[in-house]
Design a protein. Sequence first.
Length: 256
Amino acid sequence: MIDYEYIFKETIGYYFKDDFSLPPMDKIKVNTRMVVATTLDEYLVRLNKGFINVRIEERLERYLVELLKDEWFHQWAPVRWAYATRLLYNPEASDEDIRRALDIIIPLANEGYPNALNDLAYAYCYGIGFERSYEKAICLWVIASTKGQYHAQEALKQEYYLSRSKELSEELRLFLVRQVIRVLIRENNVRVTDSGPELDRLPLGIRTILKKLYSEHKRLCKAVEAKAHLRQANGLWYSVEDNPYNVGTKWKQGGN
């Protein structure tokens, strides 16, 4: 069972903050540095040492899948994930394969493991093992991204430019925009002072993108704040579940 209450609490508790720093939210300690493994032993050792962004040479992939079928390796959570993710992304996976993969991925996601959160987002985005929910996918990608998961960060940057992301609720669009800003600030080593980030020394292209993001972020903050006031006012007349401005209830139901 997916712990939506935990995931949503992590989301709301952090993403309405105005700063653009990345928080330490992991229950599982991770190392976000990108590394390449040239042998199977090296790959498994790096996973067990907490590296979450490990690339393995393509020629080793087929050997890895065969190796990880041995359940002896599944005593380590990161290795269980390595097995599950290859089942999940296999285009020829059976329904049984998908169920087996999610049985491994969901508990790891509940513990805050970044790679599992990213996989769960992928599953929701494309309706693999679940009813498709773009909103839940975005929330999960945002959380995985804050934990340094490279593919989640890339997914958010891509989704920002897709027209479907503009159909998100203003609350979820704010989550997306704010995290894309954080990712770009970190990737481009932007110095952030009390008066804001220093953009003048950036190349024109990335400077233009960040200025556009900041402008949208400011607009969304005002819109979400206005909705919060409406939510408080309507709370006098509605229960928490029935309040049409309760974003938490709507998100857990998969609403817009």
